[in-house]
Design a protein around this ligand. Structure first.
Ligand code: ATP
Ligand code: MG
Length: 556
């Protein structure tokens, strides 16, 4: 992707508005989550777009909790949403709540009633739906459509006062029952819900519908560009109608394509099911597409922002390959991760000609990708080492540039060794590999003149620290689980592989969650947030290469 990018369609709109002085050069966007779940990577796209536009055009962004549904909302979600936005690197101008506008919204409704533009309807939900008609047939009025203004004012006040039970009455806009747009056929504005609200408590028993809350909240805050996803296109005439009839600040709605990504689901309702039904450990399980899950997995804010930048802003729905997200974190970690060694499937290597009890402190740069290496750590080396089981083969084929009888490799940061023997247990399983080392072949001061093709990683046995290592795979086997009849049918039973006891460099005891480490030859890892010094746990963020993509092609 080139550095010189053309404007996306929303940037074009903003620049046109700035040119014509539409809002006096002001840009104010908002990010309006409903606090009924944790944010996911789709929300990150909306966050980057809303906050990004404001940054680009010297504007501001409000964080507005769209909390009009008392039953599903919770302060736990409010806190997680704030944390995730800040972690992504954005700061809102004001923290606002739709529930703070309940009184104003109520008064707006009263003013619509006074204009003869809203009425209280006693019909049941089924009756209303039946009378609404179909896209090809006009709706028919219910018996309550022509109530007088006075009657409506009294009934609406009584609704607020708690005189009626849930569902007994609703407030509807009086627009057009023959409109080709079903949303304009006298949409609901208020419903009765006797439920405790996480902020307003029991103050209200009527709650505004999304369509009567969102545009009005935008208007109250004088939002200049209200950006939402494509499914709200048919709501736009109603958005404009309310603002027009109420004669309030003319915020405008613009729609872009939501992010869909392969091998995952993205709706909070579905993600909540995964948590509740224990398919995952929690909202921040590293397999979840949530911001908190990605963070725990080892994704960096920069990698997610970069991903959102790369996918861009479209007017049509599409499906983004999750490999693009993995590409972005790999690219970032390749530059920033500190290099370390770890052995996941250990087998013992004994250097038979190395002095018993001798220990050398070898030096390894933290990050060879940057000048100066960001410092270094010392790596203890001794006679007995752990190496990966798969780095030894009894009957090695020709191009196996690792260990086997008679084969030589370099031990990373250390010496060249040659295998001369191995030991098997009674089941024929190799338990020890015996090598000799070349004393003058030490990395950095090698005068041996020997050349070997392979380099393998290792951990000194007496110095090794133990850790649990978790390897993750995609949570779903189906490329688009969301459209299946039962999205849970394609859950990947092998999405988590736990290695109970891996060996790691002693220095990794200093690891902190969020700091990326490249375990040489194995992938990128980070310390899990539930890790303790007594029981270290590392999560694999991503493998070093996109082996999964290759696997698919191979089998195709
Ligand atoms: P979900 O369907 O996942 O529950 P939602 O749209 O109900 O999502 P909200 O909390 O209402 O969730 O979303 C806040 C903002 O994030 C909205 O402006 C919404 O359009 C946007 N958003 C939600 N999902 C996506 C997505 N997949 N891609 C881009 N933007 C999204
Ligand atoms: Mg929503």
């Amino acid at each position: 992707m080139s550095e010189e990018k053309s404007l996306n369609f929303i940037e074009e709109i903003v620049e046109e508005d700035l040119r014509t002085g539409k809002h006096g050069g002001r840009v104010l966007t908002r990010f309006p989550p409903e606090p009924n779940g944790y944010l996911h990577i789709g929300h990150a796209k909306s966050i980057c777009l809303n906050f990004g536009l404001a940054q680009q055009y010297n504007g501001k962004t409000n964080l507005r909790f769209d909390d009009t549904n008392p039953v599903t909302e919770d302060t736990e979600y409010v806190e997680s949403i704030k944390k995730d936005i800040q972690w992504l690197g954005f700061q809102w101008a004001e923290e606002l709540y739709t529930s703070d506008y309940f009184e104003t919204l109520y008064n707006y409704a009263v003013s619509l009633i006074k204009k003869g533009l809203a009425y209280v309807d006693d019909s049941t939900a089924e009756e209303i739906a039946a009378a609404k008609g179909t896209p090809t047939e006009p709706g028919i009025p219910t018996p309550y459509r022509d109530r007088t203004v006075e009657e409506n004012l009294v009934l609406f006040a009584d609704m607020r006062a708690g005189k009626y039970k849930d569902g007994e009455k609703v407030l509807r806009a009086k627009i057009d029952l023959a409109s080709p747009n079903m949303h304009m056929r006298d949409p609901l504005l208020y419903r009765i819900k006797h439920a405790h609200h996480h902020r307003t408590g029991d103050q209200w028993c009527i709650y505004p519908m999304y369509d009567f809350a969102h545009g009005q909240s935008d208007s109250i805050e004088k939002i200049t560009h209200s950006i939402c996803t494509l499914e709200f296109i048919p709501h736009r005439p109603l958005y404009d109608w309310c603002i027009d009839k109420l004669e309030i600040f003319p915020s405008k709605q613009y729609e872009f394509a939501r992010l869909n990504m392969t091998y995952t689901v993205m709706s909070k309702r579905k993600l909540l099911q995964l948590v509740n039904e224990k398919f995952v450990e929690s909202w921040d399980d590293p397999r979840m597409p949530t911001i908190s899950g990605l963070r725990r997995r080892g994704y960096t804010p920069a990698s997610i922002r970069n991903f959102c930048d790369k996918i861009g802003v479209q007017k049509r729905e599409n499906m983004i390959d999750v490999s693009l997200l993995e590409f972005c974190i790999r690219e970032d970690l390749n530059k920033t991760a500190w290099r370390r060694m770890a052995v996941l499937d250990p087998i013992k290597l004994v250097i038979t000609n190395y002095p018993d009890g001798q220990v050398e402190e070898l030096v390894g740069e933290n990050n060879p990708e940057v000048e100066g290496g960001e410092g270094s750590r010392s790596i203890p080396f001794s006679k007995e080492l752990w190496i990966e089981r798969e780095d030894f083969m009894e009957d090695a084929p020709k191009k196996f540039f690792r260990l086997g009888p008679g084969l030589s490799v370099r031990l990373k940061h250390a010496y060249i060794v040659t295998c001369h023997d191995f030991v098997k247990d009674e089941n024929g399983k190799v338990t020890e590999v015996h090598c000799t080392y070349v004393p003058n072949s030490k990395s950095g001061e090698d005068t041996s003149g020997l050349k070997v093709k392979g380099t393998i990683h290792w951990i000194s046995v007496p110095h090794a620290k133990e850790a649990e290592v978790r390897l993750y795979d995609r949570l779903f086997n189906d490329e688009n689980p969301a459209i299946a009849e039962d999205f849970k049918a394609s859950i990947n039973p092998k999405s988590l592989q736990v290695i109970e006891r891996a060996y790691i460099e002693p220095d990794l005891a200093n690891a902190v969650p969020g700091k990326g480490y490249q375990f040489i030859r194995l992938g990128y890892f980070t310390l899990d947030t539930h890790s303790t010094p007594a029981h270290l746990v590392f999560n694999r963020t991503v493998t070093l290469k996109d082996s999964w993509g290759k696997e698919v092609k191979k089998n195709a």
